[in-house]
Design a protein. Sequence first.
Length: 295
Amino acid sequence: MQLSGYQRGLLMVVLGVVFLSFDGLLIRLADTEGWTIVFWRGFLMFCVLGLACCRGNRLATLRVNPFSSLVSAILLGLISALFVLAVMNANVANVVVILSTAPLFAALFSRVFLKERVALRTLVAIAVCMLGMSLVFMGEGAHGMLVGNLYALAAAAAIGGNLTVLRHFPSIDRIVVIAGGGLLSAAIALPLASPFALDAPRYGVLAVMGLIQMPLATVLINSATRYLPSTEVALFYLVETALGTLWVWWLLGEQPTASTLAGGAVVISVLMVHAGIGLHLERQRLRLYPGFMGK
């Protein structure tokens, strides 16, 4: 069965976010200084995706959208660094719930810069999600994790900005800019990192993160912007709120606070309703226009 554009985008973003949800767990397992993690995962992402850039004529795409490609690469480098620093300074559960603000930034940037209409259901979903996130910022123990929470909020803004750039410039080669973002994050981290002071198990965790998990997650999520509005792609980061929290709680015993659990429950419930409405509307559109498969 041939998938519509919306269905292809939905499949990409769901798979991408599932891969991404292991990020916090792998950072905890690496058990080393934050800048060292930023360096190795950025450098390894650059290595594996840089090889893919050498095939075909990928680098030539930089001549088509040079400025927007640079902006996307910079934002991707910032996202990588900010997420690691957030996890090093706050509970994983707090970080992934705060990332739920990414749709707010994506909607704001899409409206301001792209003049793109934001669906009412998406605005309602964002508003309710913000209420859920407020439970995290005001819950017990939040004051001691303020720095990490702010890093996470900055990462959410960068995610929203990058998804908006990619939505507006679909011809940007996602693999090229992700490789560039990895190189930039590694360059930023190198002066502050200790990349050669680790033992073999830690290097193994960093290899899984930089060579497999992050490249797959980032390529899938950023490619989904070819088929879905950036605001909707950003909403699916909320899946990480549940899964990212679950992995570190189940495997490492890092228990989230009651307020974080309550906030996470709110945003995940809203996401499920939002996605269900989107699929229903897509099926209705295909019934009315059966020959139209989308972008």
